[in-house]
Every structure is written in C-alpha cells, then in structure tokens.
Design a binder for this molecule. Structure first.
Ligand SMILES: *Cc1c(COP(=O)(O)O)cnc(C)c1O
Length: 406
C-alpha cells in the first residue's frame, strides 16, 4: 500500500479522479485496543462491518483473537487473516450446509438462534458429525427495544417467554446455553443496554438453566460530524457508556458470568476516510464520484452526519464566492439513479467547485462492505495515511443534520 502523511497530500499528489480510501492502521489499532481495554469481557469484532483483509490483519496484530461471523466468506476471511482466531457464528438463521461447514471445517463451536427449528437443524448436523453437544454453546438471541440509528430487533430475536422455552430445550439436549442480544447499530441512548440486560435477567430466572455466557452484541456508537449551526449533541463518550454498562451488568448480577461484546462500527469507523472529487457544480448542488450505491450507503437513514474536509484544487485559478462563507451543498452520487442523493447536505466553503476534492471522514464502517457494482462504479483503491482525520485543524466543513429541500 502506498503511504502518505495526510489525505490532502494524497489528493494534491495523485489528483485522483476516482474515489480513494485512506486507511489509518494506527487509528484502527488505537480504537480496537481502547474498546478491548474498556469492555469487561471477550471482544469479538463483527466482521460484516468491514471484512477487508487489511482491516482483519491489523485487528489480529492489535491482539484481536475472536470474531463474530455470519457466512462462509466471513469464516474464510478470518481464517486467512488470523488462522488461530476463535469464531462466533452469531447469525440466528443459517443454511444447513453453512452450519456443517462451520462445525466440520472451521471448528466453530458457538452459534446463535431464535427459534426451535434452528435448534433441530443444528442438532441434526451435530449428530451426523458425531459431536458431543456439551462442546457447543448455543446463544439464544433475545428481542430488544431501544433507539438506535438502525433498529435490528424487527428481524431477529425471541420474545422473553419464547427465549425461556428455547433455553430449556437447548439445556435438555445437552448443549451449553448462552444469552445474546444486539440492540441495533449506533445506539442513541445508553439505557438501551440496561433494558436488554433487564430482559436477559428475567429470562435467566424463569429458565432456571445454567447460562455460561452473556453476549451484549454491538451498537456502540462511533463519533461522526455535526451540523455547524447547532450545538454539538450531548452523547456519552465510549468511556462513559462503558461505565454505565459495567454498572448495569453488576446491577443485574451478570458480573459473575463471562461476557462477550461484538463491536463493529466503534472499532473501525474512524480508521478510514474517503477522498471524492467534485465532478460538477450546479448552483448549490455538487455531483461527486461516489454515492449511496458505493461507499456512502450508510448515510441513507439520514441519521448519520459524516464529517467532511474541503481540499481545493490549486490548479483552479478563479473562484466565485467568499472562502469563509460555509454553505450547505446538496450532494449527488455517481450513478444515474435519482435516489443516489445523500440525505444530508455537506457544509462547505461557497468557493468549492468542479475539480476540487472532499475528504469524507470516519467512513470505515459499512462502507467498503456495502459497495455495489451498480452502473459500473466500484471504488477499490486504498492508500495508507498516518495522520488521523480529526487531528490538527478542524475539518473546514461538516455535513449537516437536516435534509435539504430541492
Ligand atoms: C452488525 C452486528 C454487530 C455489529 O454492530 P455495530 O453496531 O457495528 O457495533 C454485532 N452483532 C451482530 C449480531 C450484528 O448483526
């Protein structure tokens, strides 16, 4: 990988016409180790957030030896990056052939589920492979309610009474029992975990079977940008949130069983930024060379405000407007699809124009993993950068919180 000090140097040196990812290994390492240090249990990085080999390798080098996986491609990516790492197969609804592959080829011994038919499916394969059920931990995924930028309990999770039955069934067969939940991504209030822990406690006491592990999932919020017209939102830091979770865990008496967390976003978001180019400016609209079908689909809910930095092209000799005047620009993506417009504007100096670059920060999570080849655009160039996006002077602009009218 080529290496530069800052993204601005990349833009000015290479004058890229196609999007470039700027990967900061030292930032990934610091954020990964910080999470591990703060969480009082085992950390299993959620591979779907960003499963690029260079990310998984760096995490392995940072001491990550456990990964949350959901598919054969993810098993293979983890095995390749870290041959000895443990894998937790935490997708509640799996293909039979994938369960077999996990048990037989990858030695996976931890899975999750939220329905009795999944128990039957797993049991058939365990019997066929002549594995002792006592060597396998099955986590019952429980439904949770809360506020996150992305709600995930609409799809997976057993209601409390159902979870009790599932635990008793799993225990009767001879599997080890775990409880897990996933509160959604980028949670917006710290109480979300407490409500899930209260529910887990209720289920544990009704089930009356030994629970060998509690998995609190992901959802830990990453840092993003904010609307320059408003005051910075008062979100808890990861340290504060983790302090709250520790005390909730103690309050609900889960502090005597091993804990697992499956962070994704909070580990990887800050480590990658994206350099895009303004292909055309039409009034207050900027047409850029990336968009929601490539690296920027994570912003579709309109809830995430991506921080952005202006990198003016020095070759442009004339500009209109005042440099100090920061105004909102509607950002249109590269494809011909009319939905390919970002839901929040970027706030940039009025002087921004065709040919300039914009560095979009903190896009390490759910960007590369969600790229499509729609319309033939598929950004795939990665360059190593040393300086963190948020180091030094502030970005000259921020994407705002509000949807712009046409
Ligand atoms: C996506 C996912 C995660 C990671 O979520 P983040 O919000 O990125 O931390 C963890 N666990 C499960 C089961 C997931 O589906």
């Amino acid at each position: 990988m080529e290496r530069y000090k800052t993204a601005a140097e990349v833009a000015l040196d290479l004058r890229p016409d196609h999007p470039i990812y700027c990967f900061r290994p030292s930032v990934l390492r610091a954020d990964a180790q910080n999470f591990k240090k703060l969480f009082p249990g085992k950390t299993a990085y959620a591979v779907k957030t960003n499963g690029e080999p260079f990310v998984l390798k760096e995490l392995a080098a940072a001491g990550y030896d456990c990964f949350d996986v959901a598919s054969p491609a993810e098993f293979a990516a983890v095995r390749e990056a870290s041959p000895k790492a443990e894998m937790l197969y935490m997708h509640p609804i799996k293909a039979q052939s994938d369960i077999r592959l996990a048990l037989e080829q990858y030695g996976i011994r931890v899975m999750s589920l939220d329905h009795e038919d999944e128990v039957a499916k797993i049991l058939r394969i365990v019997r066929a492979l002549d594995i002792d059920p006592a060597k396998i931990t099955l986590f019952v995924r429980i439904a949770t309610k809360g506020h996150a930028a992305y709600e995930l309990s609409k799809k997976f999770g057993a209601a409390p009474g159902h979870a009790v039955e599932l635990l008793q069934r799993i225990h009767r067969i001879g599997f080890k029992c775990g409880l897990c939940f996933h509160v959604g991504s980028q949670i917006e209030e710290p109480e979300t975990y407490e409500r899930a822990l209260a529910s887990a406690d209720w289920i544990r006491s009704r089930a009356g079977v030994p629970i060998v592990e509690l998995d609190v999932g992901g959802g830990f919020p990453a840092v993003y940008g904010h609307d320059p017209r408003r005051k910075v939102p008062d979100l808890p830091t990861l340290e504060e949130l983790m302090g709250q979770i520790r005390s909730d865990i103690a309050e609900w008496a889960f502090d005597d069983i091993p804990l697992v967390a499956e962070p994704g976003r909070v580990v990887v978001a800050r480590s990658i930024s994206l350099i895009v180019r303004v292909l055309l400016k039409k009034g207050r609209r900027l047409y850029i060379n990336d968009g929601i079908w490539a690296s920027l689909s994570d912003s579709w809910t309109g809830k995430i405000t991506l921080p952005a930095r202006f990198i003016p092209d020095p070759a442009r000799r004339t500009r209109s407007g005042k440099a100090g005047n920061i105004v909102p620009f509607k950002v249109c993506g590269a494809t011909c699809d009319s939905v390919d417009i970002l839901s929040r504007p970027f706030w940039l100096p009025e002087t921004v124009d065709t040919g300039d670059w914009i560095e979009i920060g903190h896009i390490g999570a759910y960007s590369l993993s969600l790229r499509t080849r729609f319309n033939g655009f598929y950004p795939d160039t990665v360059i190593e950068v040393d300086t963190p996006f948020d180091a030094g002077e502030e970005p000259e602009s921020f994407a705002s919180i509000e949807t712009m009218a046409d």
